[in-house]
Design a protein around this ligand. Structure first.
Ligand code: AMP
Length: 433
């Protein structure tokens, strides 16, 4: 299928051509016709699938058809998203696709001065992209009028829940007109999100794209067993020896992210951190420099990195393994986008071994183990590998359907089957729920 087959208007086709998209992604192929038919949509899709364009393109096209003039303060489409970084990226996408159309997009988020946002709202906006807190704040001050709202997009609904925005979302639902078209996107569908979706959608059509496990399979993955105290030296070793140009490094904590940056800077490796304690301008600068490739290493916490879209990001390094398997999938999904090669390297210390098992179970494959490195260590409770053992080719012991990794070459080996994981599981598992 081509974009022309989706009955897109010429200015949008031209804009897509300019950004270099040749064919629609599966979510775009499925969602765009549904949105054109004015149905509500329930999209189960994560970042990296092209979901932003899947809602942005039809909204732009439908708004440019409609005859309603933008009166001052009248918002016609609202996109609600959990983080500032995502909000900025979504606005960039809207700007790209609507560049030859008389559509005014605006992004508003917290952590920066309100006055420029108030001024921009006063001038009139068609499409507003917002994070919940600032949106409700400016609405409360009378700068936003939803009377003419035609589209409401709820992006990353599951993350809204994780970040504690669900009450703000519910508040907003009471404010916006009942008669509207609603597009609801979530990577996962926990019960609370299902409940929310049934509350705010009317006869929705569900679109689901590639389950997370297959996303993970497209990305080359490796795990290094390493002592906690050796992680910084291993990171420097990998950055220097493994031909890693630019890398996004994930840290469990904000403090840890700052410490990694300091350790790298001591070795003259340019790095910057993004996390919730950094000012908005510091976060934006770091992201911009990383995208421009003037910054080599970006160190991020999960929330700060959520949805970051960086073209051609070849390496993701999990300095700490996340305790929630979905976070692992989201993290490694920053690389290997749109069919490009990507590699995800994970460090695993003794305490994190239980997380590794959970992750492997969730992605239904064993992550190949790199045994030969200067900081290699043995994880107690894991049977040592027999001398001379090569790749087993076996799926993870917990695998239900035997899907295996696409990695078959090189000197990587699969981890040995653990003798017992009960100790690690009971001591180091820290699930939130
Ligand atoms: P998203 O899931 O919206 O975060 O998009 C992920 C990445 O895919 C972004 O870099 C988009 O610019 C890119 N993208 C979206 N649609 C297409 C397409 N049809 N062809 C190629 N790249 C795309």
């Amino acid at each position: 299928m081509q974009f022309q087959d989706l009955k897109l208007i010429a200015p949008i086709l031209k804009a897509l051509d300019a950004v270099g998209y040749t064919t629609p992604t599966p979510i775009q192929e499925q969602a765009i016709p549904i949105i054109f038919r004015k149905n509500d949509l329930l999209g189960c899709a994560q970042t990296g699938t092209g979901k932003t364009a899947a809602f942005a393109i039809p909204i732009i096209q439908m708004l440019s058809y409609s005859k309603v003039k933008t009166a001052k303060k009248n918002i016609r489409a609202l996109v609600l998203t959990p983080t500032r970084e995502l909000a900025i990226q979504i606005e960039e996408n809207f700007n790209q696709y609507s560049k030859d159309l008389p559509i005014k997009n605006l992004v508003i988020f917290g952590g920066v001065g309100q006055q420029p946002q108030r001024d921009a709202l006063k001038k009139g906006v068609d499409i507003l992209i917002a994070t919940p807190g600032r949106l409700l704040d400016l609405y409360g001050q009378g700068y936003i009028d939803f009377k003419h709202l035609e589209f409401f997009v709820l992006d990353e609904a599951d993350r809204m829940l994780d970040m504690g925005f669900i009450h703000d979302v519910k508040k907003l639902i009471k404010i916006i007109p009942e008669k509207r078209q609603t597009l609801f996107f979530s990577a996962t569908m926990p019960p609370e999100i299902q409940k929310l979706s049934s509350h705010i959608l009317v006869d929705p059509i569900k679109v689901e794209v590639t389950p997370e496990s297959s996303t993970a399979e497209k990305i080359q993955q490796e795990v290094y067993y390493v002592k906690k105290n050796d992680k910084k030296d291993l990171l420097i070793h990998i950055l220097k020896e493994k031909n890693v140009g630019h890398a996004l490094v994930f840290s469990k904590t904000k403090h840890g992210a700052d410490r990694i940056v300091k350790d790298l800077e001591k070795k003259n490796i340019q790095a910057a951190a993004i996390h919730g304690n950094k000012s908005q301008s510091a976060r934006q600068n770091a992201l911009k420099n990383f995208k421009d490739r003037t910054l080599r290493v970006l160190v991020a916490t999960d929330i700060a990195a959520r949805g970051i879209d960086i073209d051609e990001l070849a390496f993701v390094i999990n300095y700490d393994l996340p305790n929630i398997p979905e976070s692992y999938v989201h993290r490694i999904g920053r690389t290997g986008r749109a069919g490009k090669d990507g590699k995800a390297i994970s460090f695993c210390d003794e305490e994190e071994y239980a997380f590794l098992l959970d992750i492997q179970k969730s992605i239904r494959m064993e992550i190949p183990l790199v045994e030969q490195h200067p900081y290699a260590m043995h994880i107690s409770g894991v049977a040592p590998k027999k001398a001379g053992a090569k790749k087993s080719g076996k799926p993870a012991s917990s695998s239900r359907n035997g899907q295996s990794s696409s990695i078959t070459s090189g000197n990587r080996r699969r981890p040995s089957a653990p003798r017992s994981d009960s100790r690690n599981r009971s001591t180091s598992r820290r699930r939130d729920s």
